[in-house]
Design a protein around this ligand. Structure first.
Ligand code: OSB
Ligand code: MG
Length: 377
């Protein structure tokens, strides 16, 4: 799609804090609230767009944190884009990648907001700018580790009743086979279930991991270390259940590694993790050609980050339900209106009529919630 050039005049970073409706427990830590970095970009025509940096408070998911990302944006990302004219938003990622290793979440926050800006300027939806074709997308829920199998069963049953098309259960050694067996016994083999270990196992757990094959799960997400393609390949060779990589995939080259080595058969694309939309689309297209299904993961985003994810997930090869729950699953009150919602069949509507993100941003409330603000120009 041909779009007009744009020049960034000002970047404003804000940190807000939102309490999660319920604590979220994964194998590497527990979260009760979310420190969220919001990005506002204004261009030289006065057009404004919003985005979100997905980095957490602590480095237990990947090395970045909200504080490292803030520093990297202020010192290294912003100077590469401010006052520069880009012909297309696709030029931003290469400009950020040149002699600049890592810090994908920091780069993505700015890069993705540039896409939102261009969509706004062109008067088209972000979904359309990204080449999205779906008007609604299927949503799954991600359930944290629970205190007992009984509590997990209850949450899974409620999620299925609410219409979720997929239920992902977090696992760790000591809260795994027994929990999943109990859920399987309660809801049956036809429910769309999967598990996510967030790196909690090693190959010394091989025999244990192979027992997951009995459940006919849709996939097992990131069982082994975050940067390890070799051992995931050794596991996938033995395991019938498709391995899905999340943490391991930081770029299109990593997606190619996965396919070359057969380290996994499914990819969870989180645009923040791979440096933004440019890489997300490359990974999406590569996977489509190689018959690798993808789905859009979540990082407990506010409604702003969710808008970016929903737009991306409207592309054709996002054939599996994403971690794109309604706002109420995360927050008592979101910072966008309308809040994100899902129908009885677990479908989230893609805003295709309005320009840009397609939702209104509660800038007044963001102003009240902000505990930190930096204007970079
Ligand atoms: O691995 O996808 C993950 C949350 C925190 C850390 C890691 C992960 C998650 C999720 C959240 O699963 C999914 C969501 O945003 O709904
Ligand atoms: Mg994951």
């Amino acid at each position: 799609m041909s779009t007009s050039p744009f020049t960034i005049d000002r970047i404003t970073l804000r940190e807000i804090r939102l309490d999660l409706v319920e604590p979220f427990h994964i194998s590497s830590g527990e979260m009760t609230d979310r420190r969220i970095m919001l990005v506002e970009i204004q261009d030289t025509d006065g057009v404004i767009a919003w985005g979100e940096c997905v980095a957490f408070d602590t480095p237990n998911y990947l090395p970045e944190t909200i504080d490292t990302a803030w520093l990297m944006i202020a010192q290294h990302v912003a100077p590469r884009v401010l006052g520069k004219t880009f012909a297309t938003p696709g030029e931003v990622h290469p400009a950020l990648e040149k002699n600049f290793r890592g810090h994908n979440m920091a780069k993505a926050a700015i890069e993705m907001t540039c896409y939102a800006l261009v969509a706004e300027k062109e008067g088209i939806s972000l979904s359309k700018l990204l080449g999205g074709t779906r008007t609604e997308i299927s949503s799954g829920v991600s359930l944290g580790i629970q205190e007992s199998p009984t509590v997990l069963i209850e949450k899974v049953q409620r999620s299925l009743e609410e219409g979720y098309a997929k239920v992902k259960m977090k696992i760790q050694p000591g809260a795994d086979l027994e929990y999943i067996q109990a859920v399987y016994d309660a809801v049956g083999e036809n429910a769309h279930l999967m598990v996510d270990a967030n790196n909690a196992y090693t190959l010394s757990d091989l025999d244990h991991l192979l027992k997951f094959d009995d459940f006919g799960l849709m996939m097992i997400e990131q069982p082994l270390a975050w940067d390890d393609f070799i051992r995931h390949a050794q596991l996938q060779k033995k395991m019938k259940t498709p391995v899905c990589l999340d943490e391991s995939i930081a770029s299109i080259e990593h997606a190619e590694n996965m396919v070359d080595l057969d380290s996994g058969r499914i990819i969870n694309i989180k645009p923040g993790r791979v440096g933004g939309f440019h890489q997300s689309v490359l990974i999406h297209d590569f996977c489509e050609k190689n018959n690798i299904p993808v789905w859009c993961g979540g990082m407990l985003e506010s409604g702003i980050g969710r808008a970016h994810n929903v737009a991306l997930a409207s592309k054709s090869n996002f054939t599996l339900p994403g971690d794109l729950s309604p706002s109420r699953r995360y927050w008592a009150q979101d910072i966008v209106s309308p809040e994100w919602d899902m129908n009885k069949n677990g479908m989230v509507q893609v805003p295709t009529e309005k320009s840009g993100l397609g939702i209104d941003i509660d800038t007044e409330r963001i102003g009240t919630l902000a505990v930190r603000k930096q204007v970079i120009r």
